[in-house]
Write a protein that binds this ligand. Structure first.
Ligand SMILES: [Fe+2]
Length: 295
């Protein structure tokens, strides 16, 4: 059986049938999924009751895993519930209990509810993220995606010219500061040193341009901070209008893949007394946006 795509949104996001993500893929299947990613940017695979090992193997079909070096989180690797390569986006602690509402790891995780692109705070930001829904709460917890290609295409001429060559600074410090979480150690602050990212990216395969926005962006080179923050806030509001957004309502064992180069996403609220066990694998990008040739 070969991959078939059913659009979930007029401009992007599709549900894929005909693929079993648990086993090895034929290279034609890999090529079909990659082509689907280039077209839709968000793909949903239903009923994939997958193990961590299978998720890691599936992910590696599309590139190299992002190296989880210093600087991605305040939680130390030793406190992780999951094996290396698996990122824990659950509300569970290492022992499998629901985190305390006072846990600073929980505070940190709440920042994922702001619109962002994964790892935009790393010098070479992530390519794809793959999120597997293992245990889902009974209410809420949608993941919303916004199409930054469509948002770029719809910019008015003046704004389009204005963003063309802008370089932003991204850091986890900025996104956590936005929700009032500033209680970071000196070590954490040092590991979250801001990185430079172009505000306009060009997709390496399709050549389509997109806005590279993220709540991690907190400054624009050559601009004052208030001017930069207001401009980024305005752009984010514009780029996440409903027409550019697909809201994913999770079913158990959905596997969702998105391209961080061309989309933003955010988590939505749920009852924190219920378990949400979702696990992410991430593919590293191949080039710093700053080195990308402006076309
Ligand atoms: Fe994320």
């Amino acid at each position: 059986m070969s991959a078939a795509f059913r659009p979930l949104h007029p401009a992007f996001a599709a549900e894929v049938s005909g693929i079993d993500c648990r086993g090895p893929l034929h290279r034609d299947e890999v090529a079909a999924i990659e082509a689907g990613m280039d077209t839709y940017a968000v793909l949903v695979f239903r009923d994939q009751d997958i193990t961590d090992e299978q998720q890691l193997a599936f992910t590696r079909h599309f590139g190299d895993l992002e190296r989880h070096g210093k600087g991605g989180h305040i939680r130390k690797d030793i406190d992780s519930r999951l094996a290396p390569g698996m990122a824990d986006f659950s509300n569970l602690d290492r022992a499998g209990n629901i985190m305390s509402a006072e846990d600073r790891v929980w505070f940190f995780k709440l920042g994922d509810r702001l619109w962002h692109s994964d790892s935009s705070f790393r010098p070479v930001p992530a390519k794809y993220s793959l999120l597997s829904g293992r245990v889902l709460p009974s209410w809420g917890a949608n993941t919303e995606f916004a199409d930054m290609r469509a948002a770029y295409d719809a910019l008015d001429a003046r704004t389009s010219a204005e963003v063309e060559d802008l370089v932003c600074l991204h850091s986890l410090i900025y996104s956590r500061e936005a929700i009032g979480f500033t209680d970071l150690t000196e070590d954490e602050r040092e590991s979250f040193t801001p990185v430079r990212q172009r505000l306009v990216r060009t997709h390496p395969v399709t050549g389509r341009r997109s806005l590279f926005l993220s709540s991690h962006a907190g400054a624009i080179e050559g601009w004052t901070i208030p001017e930069a923050r207001m401009f980024l806030r305005d752009l984010t509001e514009y780029a996440t209008q409903r027409e550019f957004v697909y809201s994913h309502e999770w079913r158990p064992f959905d596997l969702v893949i998105w391209d961080n180069r061309t989309t933003m996403h955010r988590a939505r609220r749920f009852d924190r007394n219920e378990v949400r066990d979702v696990r992410r694998t991430t593919l590293g990008g191949d080039v710093a946006t700053i080195e990308q040739v402006s076309v």
